[in-house]
Design a protein around this ligand. Structure first.
Ligand code: ATP
Ligand code: MG
Ligand code: MG
Length: 557
């Protein structure tokens, strides 16, 4: 269990408990619509709702808000369950589905009709929009508003029985076309959609709207605190109105849900609406929902994020009452903090150039001991093979180095990490002017434990043995969008801001041999380069790594 810091919603719940509301019970829910994969914004809501359950020794339901068969799919249901579990949370008993409540919702709709609080309307969506009025000007009443109860009951039943086409009729609540709250101006409760539903099949051709479904589903499950994002604040009177209507004439229930709003998570340099994310997938701008550049939970996982880092992020962002935009750098900070503690430091050369130690015995191999993680002694140490032929990074060598270049160049000395101090004597170029070999001599007295091992040189380089290393592909990522708010431009489509260089594939990388048995999602720090994670499509035949995030200061060592 991971306790989060206190927030205003915790205080509200404390107050409700102190007043003895809901019989002293707390029950929350996380209610995704299965129309896409979860993203980091959902992660915030998950951490908040399940965090409350943990804090109050209560439970949190997972409820699929599956009221629109047009956009929903079991693929999404499965991915949502997997992502919530992966984040470290467990819902109370079986997952719930709003579609399980369709019969009850229908009965309550009939109850509303009988009370004269709902009517069948035949206006089109456009006509309704045109008659809605403005916040300062009353809307027009529908010509169907004063149908008799009998006629409404008959029409609603015939809607259910499939006698009408999509869009021909709707059921509307009869509230107040002059309400200053636009959501109270006879909102739609049901629409006709002749479409197969992933759970109810062809049983229904009328589907309830979000506003009519949500509060009633909360009530059916005994949810006490229904937490949602701020844009639903204006829906709250309607949430309460529907509950008042269905509860009228009933005995006082043991618990009545209460909606509380908080600020949604906004992150810069990305888009977060599922509609936009789906578009990126469908137009092949990214390779899938779990592309490591996506802000989805599955994308972050594949990128190398840990559940701990995402929970830490949610906690640091906090729970506010006012919208703001969080810098993606905070998310990166959280994963760095976590990986710094848990990952082994290994040697990987991403852009290799051959280095030959001319005075090293031809067939000799030495095993060099190296510490796995200086942050955690318990992670122990390992050895890596050293021989006459090595690879180092191409950009760790300059033919004509400027002053303060503490790497390799003609006549310069560096330390090879966990091994010797070497000195560059010469280099070889091909016909195109590319450096193909760097020739060095080593100082045998500078291995650790040797007399000269404390001798100071300015730079330390990582390296691998050219005779023992293994091959890998490494994928480097940059932001998917070049604009901090790609979705925030009125006349420009968000796709205009796609970064054409957000993925760079390096296919000739060399890793130290200890990495030959890595498994998908294993995580490492590549010395001096950053944190990297084994891709989900990696195999022993073709190792693939994703760069998770860089080190704060790449050249600190
Ligand atoms: P999207 O706009 O991405 O489609 P949504 O709100 O329609 O998101 P739902 O599946 O309905 O997606 O969301 C499930 C829950 O997650 C809701 O309670 C919603 O308020 C919450 N949620 C969605 N996006 C965010 C966000 N950016 N920050 C915090 N909570 C969010
Ligand atoms: Mg929603
Ligand atoms: Mg949505």
């Amino acid at each position: 269990s991971h306790e989060s810091k206190s927030n205003f919603i915790h205080n509200e719940i404390d107050n409700d408990l102190a007043q003895g509301k809901n019989g002293g019970k707390v029950l929350t829910r996380f209610p995704p619509e299965p129309n896409g994969y979860l993203h980091i914004g959902h992660a915030k809501s998950i951490c908040l709702n399940f965090g409350i359950a943990q804090k109050f020794n209560a439970a949190c339901n997972l409820r699929f808000d599956d009221t629109n068969p047009v956009k929903e799919d079991v693929e999404y249901v499965d991915s949502i369950e997997a992502d919530v579990r992966w984040l470290g949370f467990n819902w109370a008993d079986e997952p719930k589905y709003a579609s399980d409540y369709f019969d009850q919702l229908y009965e309550w709709a009939v109850k509303l009709i009988k009370k004269g609080k709902a009517y069948v309307c035949e206006l089109t969506a456009e006509e309704i929009a045109a008659q809605k009025g403005t916040p300062t000007e009353a809307g027009k009443e529908s010509p169907y508003r004063n149908r008799s109860v009998e006629e409404n009951l008959d029409l609603f039943e015939r809607m259910k029985n499939g006698e009408f086409k999509d869009g021909e009729k709707i059921l509307r609540a009869k509230i107040d076309m002059a309400s200053p709250n636009m959501h109270m101006r006879d909102p739609i409760m049901y629409r006709i959609i002749h479409k197969h539903h992933h759970r109810t099949g062809d049983k229904w051709c009328i589907y309830p709207m979000y506003d009519y479904t949500h509060g009633q589903s909360d009530f059916i499950e005994g949810i006490t605190h229904s937490i949602c994002t701020l844009e639903f604040e204006v829906h709250r009177p309607l949430y309460n109105w529907f509950l008042d209507q269905i509860l009228e004439g009933e005995p006082t229930p043991a618990a009545r849900p209460r909606q509380i709003e908080f600020a949604r998570l906004n992150l810069n340099y990305t888009v977060m609406s599922k509609r936009r994310l789906l578009e990126l997938v469908q137009k092949n701008i990214v390779d899938a929902w779990d592309d490591p550049r996506m802000p989805t939970i599955s994308g972050l996982r594949r990128r190398g994020y840990t559940p701990e880092s995402i929970r830490m992020f949610a906690d640091k962002v906090g729970v506010a009452r006012r919208d703001n935009v969080i810098d993606v750098a905070l998310l990166e900070y959280c994963i760095r903090e976590d990986l710094n503690k848990r990952t082994m430091r290994v040697n990987a050369v991403l852009d290799p150039v051959k280095l030959i130690i001319t005075n090293y015995p031809d067939d000799q191999v030495e095993m060099m001991e190296t510490i796995n993680n200086p942050e955690d002694e318990s992670m122990g140490s390992r050895t890596l093979p050293f021989c006459k032929e090595l690879f180092i990074e191409r950009d760790d060598f300059m033919e004509e180095p400027p002053k303060k270049f503490f790497r390799l160049g003609p006549g310069l000395e560096v330390r090879l990490k966990s091994a010797y101090i070497i000195k560059c004597e010469s280099f070889v170029k091909d016909a195109n002017g590319n450096i193909t070999e760097i020739h060095c001599t080593y100082d045998p007295e500078t291995r650790s434990g040797m007399p000269q091992s404390e001798r100071k040189v300015k730079g330390t380089l990582h390296w691998v043995s050219a005779r023992h290393c293994i091959d890998a592909e490494v994928r480097l990522y940059d932001r998917l969008f070049m604009d901090a708010e790609p979705d925030g431009h009125k006349d420009v489509d968000f796709k205009e801001f796609i970064n054409p260089d957000s993925l760079k594939v390096l296919s000739n990388c060399k890793l130290e041999p200890c990495m030959k048995d890595v498994k998908p999602l294993d995580k490492f720090q590549f010395q001096r380069l950053g944190y990297f994670c084994v891709d989900t499509h990696s195999s022993p035949e073709k190792l693939i790594f994703n760069k998770t995030v860089g080190l704060k200061d790449s050249w600190a060592k």
